[in-house]
Design a protein. Sequence first.
Length: 199
Amino acid sequence: MSSIRSVCVYCGSSDFVADSFKEAARQTGTLLARSGFDLVYGGGRVGLMGIVADAGLSAGAKVTGIIPDHIKRYEVDHLGLTELIVVESMHTRKRMMVERSDAFVILPGGIGTLDEMFEIITWRQLRLHGKPVIIVNIDGFWDPLLALLDHMTLTGFMRKPNLPGAEDRLYHVVDSVEEVPPLLARLTEAAHKVKSEKM
């Protein structure tokens, strides 16, 4: 893992969610931008997705949205982004989001967010990438899922997510958005330390 410059944010597109989730999305966009990170996300203007993008833009980040054409037709694409990329399929969207990002932050969301989360963690387990994955557990939203992941680990279907060495963990869990930028900084420092020790 090299220095983290661009952070992909996975989150929900529903407007009918608790204010605490909306505030977390606002903080995510703002704090990542103020910490010097550019943002990559799914390109929508609704729900937490739109809030993250608007907050990032307002705080000075470059925000790239990647949206499939069949979703753009519903007129939910964000037209005020630094860059909006329209692709032909969900598969292409997810691949490009991974290629353009150095780390992944997962906020509350629905089945689309789950799809993205499981894919990026699976790819990490298969060593298809070595980029940090951070689950932000606002108000315990992810508690049921985290319990399931623990159960999968205990029953032998998944390797332990927290191996020795922070840089080698499958995913990290934090309870607040404020913890994300310093964690990203520590992970970058740890990766550079390991790399220098191997040289």
